[in-house]
Design a protein around this ligand. Structure first.
Ligand code: HEC
Length: 124
């Protein structure tokens, strides 16, 4: 009888200890673009503006105009790219993750934009 009691306590104990175990959910790591890959403005940078809701405001009235047809010209005409100091480019710093702009890039989108500038900010 005594043994059964211990056994029950033991089994119960295992359950209790098990309940304390929890899985850490790793936040997804940003995937930085491979700097040896060429970033395409049209297929990688421009879609970010749509995905992040930038077009709600930046579709013509507020500079830059980030619509597919005008994004490149508008970014260049408003001097939002600093080729010599890519990390100072306004198109990179203004919507930086965690920044105060109404909408921001995700960390991986931010990296895509930076690498695109580092590669010469081409209309590719
Ligand atoms: C709720 C409206 C709104 C949204 C959404 C928004 N912006 Fe803006 N953005 C503005 C306003 C207003 C300004 C001008 C005032 C300022 O500089 O903050 C501005 C300014 C900027 C500038 C600086 C322009 C300059 O000439 O200095 C950049 C770059 C920019 N936005 C990029 C973005 C990007 C990229 C997104 C999406 C991730 C975005 N914005 C989302 C309203 C918005």
């Amino acid at each position: 009888m005594q043994r059964i009691k211990y056994l029950i306590i033991l089994i119960f104990g295992i359950f209790v200890l098990n309940a304390c175990e929890y899985d850490f959910i790793e936040p997804p790591k940003p995937i930085p673009p491979d700097p040896t890959d060429t970033i395409s403005f049209k297929t990688e940078v421009v879609p970010i503006f749509g995905e992040q809701g930038c077009l709600v405001c930046h579709s013509g009235t507020i500079n830059p105009d980030l619509t597919v047809a005008n994004a490149y010209q508008s970014i260049m005409n408003n001097n939002l790219v600093d080729i010599d100091n890519p990390e100072l480019s306004i198109i990179y710093t203004k919507p930086v993750p965690g920044g105060s702009h109404p909408n921001t890039y995700t960390p991986d989108q931010s990296a895509v934009v930076l690498v695109w500038i580092q590669q010469g900010a081409n209309d590719n």
